[in-house]
Design a binder for this molecule. Structure first.
Ligand code: AMP
Length: 505
């Protein structure tokens, strides 16, 4: 009986004595042992009442068991719903209420706070901790190493991933077996993954990047993973000699570059460095190449679409761009209002269509309809420019576009100039309410360590280089930019913080 993800990603682990996971403490989990964990997990889920189509929600630390839970949900025919470990019980209450999972997996330390949440929404609560223990583990240990696998087809849901919801409520993106597998195949081929690869995995596994991009691609190609509980600079420097590929968010790369131990010799043997989930500054790309001789491969995607575009494995990895549409994926840039395609070189909203694109938002059919064009393209909400040669450059989220006095200001254009200014480490440009202009451009600057920024000089330099309506009406200095776990700058927090900067009176 078919089960597309199980058949392609998990079943091939059978009888493999090769380590699939190598842990920070030196322990390993062979392919066959991992498959047994998946089957025991599926047995445990069934024992808790999970039936095909049910949701399995998990807010648990990153461990082999947590990853096996993904496979276990798939084997049981369920829909896996991983949750950010930073969410509070009040936030979890929303997700559990919305998705109505049959089971909620949680850290035992949070069981007290989450028991009423699970009870309120009719979910069974089970526990699993960072040391790989808990009542769910006990239940797993009592299950057989091999069990039945539920029948599923490519259109059945495999996962429900909630968007980070920085504007309005978080929405559950419904991802099918076909969505995830098509993307894993495209990426494994594009990035030339083989069974010889060893992926250094330091990303969280509650997000599309660490869970699907990293793990699905590794599973599909028979690769193994050095599986770290989180980003730990010392552990990464220690393990890099044993890896062939690193996948990271841009902050991984800036942190590595900040450490003098990270040098050319350490990574001479590496095959590939991938970056995504947030913009990689061209400056970081160039500094990385100067230090290591490797060019980071930047790719672009989102929860709803899996990966959309990638710089080439062979060919030009162009700094500041996210490369070309993946094979089988159509990308176009359109006028946000009319939906008419824009000529090459002009900015518009990025739209995408393909087998990678999700099946809609859970419980939100109207919202789903709003985000799709009649011809099946999904409107990403990212603004970008397509070059004649198909390379896509992103210029920010549509919701971050600033309209000041009726003119559009793309934050990235101003940020790129600010980042080049003396003693500026990085910047973020946002629109805040202004009594005359509707919105005003406000720039937040982060100084280089120990440096003082000369705001008057920056103001003067910008006046020479930017049209008046694009010039920031205020420059603010902060020690660092607020970022979420995926390294994305949280512009909503900056907008809130400076909302009254130009308040009348
Ligand atoms: P998420 O759904 O959390 O994965 O966030 C998706 C969003 O992250 C996209 O819509 C983009 O705004 C942003 N993003 C992902 N990859 C990149 C990239 N390489 N450069 C710039 N932004 C990116």
């Amino acid at each position: 009986m078919p089960n597309p993800i199980f058949d392609r990603l998990f079943a091939p682990l059978a009888d493999s004595p090769v380590p699939f996971l190598q842990l920070a403490d030196g322990a390993t989990v062979s392919g066959d042992a991992f498959l047994a964990m998946v089957h025991r997990g599926a047995g445990a889920l069934r024992a808790l009442g999970v039936r095909p189509g049910d949701r399995v929600a998990a807010q648990v630390a990153k461990t082999p068991e947590a990853l096996a839970l993904y496979g276990a949900s798939i084997a049981a025919g369920a829909v896996f719903l991983p949750l950010n470990t930073a969410y509070t019980p009040t936030e979890i209450d929303f997700f559990v209420g919305d998705a109505a999972p049959r089971v909620l997996l949680a850290d035992p330390a949070k069981a007290g706070a989450l028991a009423p949440v699970a009870a309120r929404h009719g979910a069974a609560l089970a526990t699993l901790d960072a040391h790989r223990c808990g009542d769910f583990r006990t239940l797993c240990d009592a299950q057989p190493d091999r069990g039945e696998v539920a029948d599923r087809d490519a259109d059945d849901l495999a996962a429900l991933l909630y968007t980070s919801g920085t504007t309005g409520r978080s929405k559950g993106a419904m991802l099918s077996h076909g969505n995830l597998l098509s993307n894993a195949s495209a990426l494994a081929a594009e990035w030339r993954f083989t069974a010889d690869d060893v992926l250094l995995h330091a990303l969280p596994i509650f997000h599309t990047h660490g869970l699907f991009v990293a793990c699905n691609v590794s599973l599909l190609s028979g690769a193994s993973m050095l599986f770290l509980p989180g980003f730990d600079l010392d552990a990464i420097l220690r393990l890099l000699p044993r890896a062939t590929v690193l996948m990271g968010v841009p902050t991984f790369y800036t942190r590595l570059l900040d450490d003098p131990r990270f040098d050319r010799d350490l990574v001479a043997h590496m095959r590939l460095f991938v970056s995504g989930s947030a913009p990689l500054l061209a400056e970081t790309h160039l500094a990385f190449e100067a230090r290591t001789g490797h060019r980071i491969l930047e790719r672009y995607g989102m929860t709803e679409t899996n990966m959309i575009a990638s710089n080439p494995y062979d060919g030009e990895r162009r700094a500041g761009t996210v490369g070309r549409a993946l094979p089988g994926v159509d990308v176009r840039v359109c006028d946000p209002a009319s939906g008419a395609p824009m000529p090459a070189g002009e900015t518009g909203v990025v739209e995408v269509r393909g087998p990678n694109v999700f099946r809609g938002y859970w419980n939100l059919p109207d919202k789903t309809r709003e985000e799709f064009r009649d011809d099946g393209f999904f409107v990403t909400g990212d603004l970008g420019v397509l070059g004649d040669d198909g390379y896509l450059t992103l210029v920010g989220r549509q919701k971050d576009l600033i309209i000041s006095g009726g003119f559009n200001v793309y934050p990235k254009e101003v940020e790129l100039l600010l980042d080049e200014m003396p003693r500026v480490l990085e910047s973020a440009v946002v629109g805040v309410p202004h009594p005359d202009f509707g919105e005003a451009v406000l720039a937040v600057l982060v100084p280089q360590p120990g440096a003082d920024i000369d705001l008057a000089a920056i103001d003067a330099a910008l006046r020479e280089r930017l049209a008046r309506y694009k010039q920031p009406k205020a420059l603010e200095v902060l020690p660092e930019l607020p970022r979420n776990t995926m390294g994305k700058v949280q512009k909503n927090l900056l907008r809130e913080r400076f909302a009254h900067r130009f308040a009348a009176g």
